[in-house]
Each structure stands twice: as structure tokens, then as C-alpha cells.
Design a binder for this molecule. Structure first.
Ligand SMILES: Cc1cc2nc3c(=O)[nH]c(=O)nc-3n(C[C@H](O)[C@H](O)[C@H](O)COP(=O)(O)O)c2cc1C
Length: 385
């Protein structure tokens, strides 16, 4: 089961929905990065359950750094973090044990690992509980990126057919951290909240699109052939549970455009800086970052565990069956998917920065670390929940 991602900054995730712990091991972090449990807890707060409009599972999500940090700074050895699962409630899943949920990973897990080895409680390894480990990795990646002046933020662009039209600036994506639905404005937040509340009462779910924006990207990172930055981003984004689509820049819209419409002028200034006027290519050309904002979008499917009955097969009798999932579920996984997508983009960029020497691989000087820490503290203060 491949549970690691990255070439230099390698995140390994572990744990299941109902195991005692979930967590992350992050290897390839240079020594000297200031890192506390509070940093991780801050980022985990954006994907937490038990809040308004998301799954009712009540987890405190308290991270414990068990290795790799000494006196508040990373040592260069792998950072291992555990988080206790305290609200798994296996009894809620007793129907799933013989009635696999259509649209979840149940059927495929039975086919691959055998019914006798299948951990059906809360989806086992395919549970979105695993995404907590990604957000831990993402928090570390964000701190590394901040040293190079790069930041990543995402927001919820659509639920079902309701779309936040227009082009978002990076600062607006950041602002979404103030809203429960992770919309970029109070108007869209109100609209999305209404839809989610309706889904809750109907026992149904809906899909959605998340847009991620990386600003202050160092031009030139990425490779022109197999290690194109767009390929790494696509792989990371599509590794998220429930992700069904990836695009960057114009994405699928480009397929119905004329060359003259999709053309973006190259402009320069007197200091010798060059850029594309409209950034239609989402900050990437030829697999290499242009220095403009990297803009990627991820489509999430509707949550497959819903109260409305779905047709399946009863594995005990092999007769047709019906399942209505009454556990705690997100009506729109894309809402919590915002923080996970943000983490995935941060991980990819930090991995490239380390691999290409933008960030020193062995050691961060105290001066650089302290400068970054000042910015990080300001970020935590501004977006405190
Ligand atoms: C943040 C997040 C939360 C999720 N919450 C749920 C949930 O509450 N119920 C559910 O059935 N699926 C949920 N999912 C999706 C499942 O984990 C996913 O559909 C399953 O692992 C099968 O993988 P696939 O959809 O990629 O094929 C969530 C996904 C994400 C990213």
C-alpha cells in the first residue's frame, strides 16, 4: 500500500478511521526549522470535524510530536506525529460490514484485500481521517515555503451547480479561512451554507470544486519532461479521497477555445522582469513555474455515505440489499477538502524547493528561521479560529 509522497520531502501517512492513532512521518526536513504542536494544531483546525456544516465526528485532533524536534527546532531526522482517534464509534458501521457502500472504497477493498481482511469501520484506510496526516505534512511544508516567500491558500469555488464566478486573488483565497464553508466571501458563504443545510435535512450530499492558489512561487522550479510540476500537482491532488478531477490554468475550458482566445501576452518591465499578462496557464508553462500564481482546481465527488437509501448487495446472502448510512458524514466533502488540497499543493512545492536547492537541504540558519517564524506567527494571529 503506497503511503508515501515526495522525492526529497517525503510524507508517509498511517492509521485508519478506528485505529488507536493516525499520524504522519515527514522525512527530508532540514535542521533548524522552528516547529511546535501548536503550529500543527492550528492547521488541523481548518479540517476538523464536529463543527458546523461538516461531519459530526467529535475529534480533538491533538497532535503529539514524538520525534525529530529538539528545543523547538527540527533536528534533520524524520518528524513523527501522532493524533489519537477518540470518537471512532464502530457500532455505527455494523451494516456496512455486509452491505458495502456504493461509491465508497468498500467494494474495491474487498476485491483487493479479501473480505476477511477488510477494515470496514469508518472506511478503514480509505477513511478521510487519513487526510489529517496530509494536513500535518502541509503545515510543515507551509513553514518551509514561507522562508522563500511562497504561500498557498485554497477556497471553495462551487457546490453542485452553484459556482463562485470570476477570478479569485490569492488574498481572497486566504480570507476563506474566516468562513465555515471556506468560501471566499460572506455572500458565497451564506449561499453555500444554505445548500449544505438543505442537504443535511434531505440526507443527501453534493460535489464541489476547490481552487488552490500559490503565490510568490520561485520561477523556474519544475522540469520539462516527466517531473513537470503540473504532473506532480495532478498526482498529489488526485491522491486525495473523493478527488475526481484536476485542472490548472484554463484547464478543461482550453479544449473549447481558439488559439487567439487562449493567447496570453508576454510583458516585461524596466527591471527586466517578465510575466504573462493574464496568467491563463495557471503559473506553469512547459512543466516549469513562470513565477505567476500557480492556480489549480480539484473536483470532489458527492459524499457516497448518505442517509437516502442506496442499492447494494448483501454479502452474507448475495441478495440485493439497501443501505442508508446514518453515521457522521460530510454532506459536501469539498468543504474540508479545501484544507487538504491546500496541504497537497504546499507539499509538492516544498518538495521541489528542497530538491532544486531553493531551500537548503541540511540546515536553516537561526536568522532565516526567526524571520520566517515572525511571519508565521502573524499568519496564525490573523487567521486564528
Ligand atoms: C475531507 C474529506 C472528507 C470526507 N468525508 C467523507 C464522509 O464523511 N463520508 C464518505 O462516505 N466519504 C467521505 N470522503 C470520501 C471518501 O473518503 C472517499 O470517497 C473514499 O475513500 C473512496 O475513494 P474515492 O472516492 O477516491 O474512490 C471524504 C473525503 C475527503 C477528502
Amino acid at each position: 500500500m503506497g503511503s508515501s509522497i515526495g522525492r526529497h520531502l517525503i510524507l508517509t501517512t498511517f492509521g485508519e478511521s478506528a485505529s488507536r492513532y493516525v499520524g504522519a512521518v515527514v522525512d527530508g526536513i532540514p535542521a533548524g526549522l522552528p516547529l511546535t504542536e501548536e503550529d500543527l494544531r492550528f492547521e488541523l483546525g481548518f479540517r476538523r470535524t464536529g463543527r458546523k456544516l461538516v461531519s459530526g465526528r467529535r475529534e480533538d485532533d491533538i497532535p503529539e510530536i514524538v520525534s525529530g524536534v529538539y528545543n523547538g527546532y527540527t533536528t534533520g531526522s524524520p518528524v513523527a506525529v501522532t493524533v489519537r482517534n477518540s470518537d471512532a464509534q464502530p457500532l455505527l458501521y455494523k451494516d456496512v460490514s455486509h452491505l458495502p457502500r456504493p461509491g465508497h472504497a468498500d467494494l474495491a477493498f474487498i476485491m483487493k484485500y479479501g473480505r476477511e481482511n477488510w477494515d470496514y469501520v469508518g472506511g478503514g484506510r480509505s477513511s478521510a481521517r487519513e487526510t489529517l496526516s496530509r494536513v500535518i505534512g502541509g503545515a510543515i511544508a507551509k513553514k518551509l515555503l514561507m522562508m522563500a516567500g511562497t504561500q498557498v491558500a485554497a477556497y471553495l469555488k462551487s457546490i453542485g451547480g452553484t459556482v463562485d464566478q470570476g477570478t479569485a486573488a490569492f488574498t481572497e483565497a486566504m480570507k476563506s479561512k474566516h468562513f465555515p464553508t471556506r468560501a471566499r466571501s460572506s455572500e458565497m458563504d451564506a449561499e453555500f451554507s444554505k445548500i449544505i443545510n438543505r442537504l443535511f435535512s434531505d440526507g443527501d450530499s453534493a460535489g464541489g470544486i476547490v481552487e488552490v492558489i500559490a503565490s510568490g512561487v520561485i520561477p523556474g522550479i519544475g522540469d520539462p519532461v516527466f517531473w513537470k510540476i503540473k504532473s506532480a500537482l495532478a498526482s498529489a491532488i488526485m491522491s486525495m479521497p473523493a478527488a475526481t478531477g484536476f485542472e490548472y490554468g484554463l484547464g478543461f475550458r482550453a479544449a473549447s477555445m481558439k488559439g487567439s482566445e487562449a493567447s496570453d501576452s508576454i510583458v516585461g518591465d524596466s527591471s527586466g522582469n517578465l510575466r504573462l499578462e493574464k496568467n491563463l496557464s495557471g503559473g506553469i508553462l512547459g512543466g516549469i513555474a513562470t513565477g505567476s500564481d500557480i492556480v489549480v482546481r480539484c473536483a470532489f465527488k458527492p459524499t457516497s455515505s448518505i442517509r437516502k437509501p442506496s442499492t447494494t448487495v448483501d454479502l452474507d446472502t448475495m441478495e440485493p440489499g439497501s443501505i442508508s448510512v446514518v453515521g457522521r458524514h460530510d454532506p459536501v466533502v469539498a468543504v474540508r477538502g479545501v484544507s487538504v488540497a491546500e496541504a497537497m499543493v504546499a507539499l509538492v512545492l516544498a518538495d521541489y524547493y528542497l530538491y532544486e536547492g531553493i531551500i537548503p537541504a541540511s540546515r536553516i540558519s537561526r536568522r532565516v528561521a526567526e524571520e520566517m517564524e515572525g511571519k508565521w506567527k502573524a499568519y496564525m494571529k490573523e487567521y486564528a479560529q
